[in-house]
Design a protein around this ligand. Structure first.
Ligand SMILES: [Ca+2]
Ligand SMILES: [Ca+2]
Length: 179
């Protein structure tokens, strides 16, 4: 009896932990995904893990309110994928638009992904004083980015390595306000 209870608790914790992780990633290994924030919300956090076994990344996104009461809800997806396999991503939303969604397809021939992005605008709200992060991850390593308070995500940059079969990512962020 004294041994059964801890074993049950451990099994339960492992189950909860595992299902929680699976529910939170936008994609499975080597699979396509489309993630969109709820209407009026913007991306606040991006997390990604790499597997050298699968040679892929899984992404986890979270959304939240835009600064200063903005509710960007006039939205547009990029018409096509913004990069070819193995090529850089150099993506910026239109002026005054904010990143609210990411779509991706995978190729195991290239061990890489192509990306589409969704950007939204709110009447009267402008982006200003933008900055580019350094690379947020090393090759084959975890990436996590929290958009600073008062700012929004407006662009995504990355380069691919055929050696690492991975991408290093940078984010463009801007102030967001009515003036
Ligand atoms: Ca792969
Ligand atoms: Ca790799």
């Amino acid at each position: 009896m004294s041994l059964v209870f801890p074993a049950l608790v451990a099994a339960l914790c492992l189950t909860l932990h595992t299902s929680d992780v699976h529910a939170s990633y936008a994609n499975r290994w080597d699979k396509e995904f489309r993630f969109e924030c709820p209407e009026g919300e913007v991306l606040r956090n991006v997390l990604s893990v790499h597997s050298n076994l699968m040679e892929d990344r899984r992404f986890m996104f979270s959304c939240g309110a835009a600064p200063f009461g903005g509710r960007p809800s006039t939205c547009k997806w990029t018409h096509d994928y913004v990069n070819d396999f193995d090529e850089p991503i150099n993506f910026m939303c239109e002026p005054d638009a904010v990143l609210t969604g990411v779509d991706s397809i995978n190729s195991n021939d290239h061990q890489d992904r192509r990306m589409k992005f969704k950007c939204c605008k709110a009447t009267g709200y402008k982006t200003a004083s933008c900055g580019l992060t350094p690379y947020l991850n090393a090759w084959d390593s975890m990436m996590t980015y929290n958009v600073p308070p008062g700012k929004v995500l407006t662009g995504w940059f990355s380069v691919h390595s055929d050696g690492a079969q991975d991408r290093r990512h940078k984010m463009l962020f801007c102030n967001y306000n009515t003036q």
